[in-house]
Design a protein. Structure first.
Length: 67
């Protein structure tokens, strides 16, 4: 996993904790849970795209020095 994907995963986990805390303290909010689902789907999509090696371009090749 790359850095941005790890960051997105951490944000999603924090949003889950905050949404759950809000629901316990103040009652359920459908929009918060809907937003969390959208964020989770985006995170899964990012992780899937990051895990696919064919999606990444090959690194540029260095020319060999002539002997």
């Amino acid at each position: 996993m790359s850095g941005p994907t790890k960051t997105m995963t951490a944000i999603t986990c924090a949003a889950l904790v905050l949404t759950t805390g809000y629901t316990v303290a103040l009652g359920s909010s459908g929009w918060l849970w809907f937003g969390l689902v959208v964020l989770t789907v985006a995170t899964i999509g990012m992780a899937a795209a990051d895990a696919d090696p064919s999606a990444r371009p090959a690194p540029p090749r260095r020319p060999r020095p002539h002997a």
